[in-house]
Write a protein that binds this ligand. Structure first.
Ligand code: ZN
Length: 134
């Protein structure tokens, strides 16, 4: 089992299975936004905060690559679970969605130090468990 307290000891880092080390020298860059649309407000509820992971469950719908998915949960990893050119980022956000036939889609956001993103900061500042957000 992956021990998030011993991340330096992970031996499964590769380019096929999570956790993935993205080698940017051998990556195809697509200069388009991910075709992802949140189709309604998401109702979120704080589910877990165990010191390594904060998980939020809830309801909501999104269109991902023009396919309908329902929201399952989102959670945060610090430091990041995945790597870019062998380096972690301070924070990684995983938004987990599932289709009606059980396909999972995890949208991962690698967050670096820098000026606060106004939208993300507003969500954090105003988050109250068990409220709707969009
Ligand atoms: Zn995760």
């Amino acid at each position: 089992m992956t021990d998030y307290h011993q991340q330096a000891d992970w031996t499964t880092v590769n380019d096929h299975q999570s956790p993935i080390d993205i080698d940017t020298a051998n990556t195809v860059v697509i200069n388009q936004y991910l075709p992802f649309t949140m189709n309604n407000k998401h109702h979120l509820k704080l589910d877990r905060d165990d010191g390594t992971t904060i998980q939020v469950t809830g309801t909501g719908h999104a269109s991902i690559f023009n396919r309908p998915f329902h929201f399952v949960q989102l959670h945060f990893h610090w430091t990041s679970e995945h790597l870019i050119d062998g380096e972690t980022t301070p924070l990684e956000i995983h938004m987990v969605y599932q289709s009606s036939i059980g396909q999972l889609c995890v949208v991962s956001l690698m967050v670096k130090h820098g000026p606060a993103d106004e939208t993300l900061q507003e969500i954090i500042d105003n988050f109250k468990p068990d409220e709707d957000i969009r």
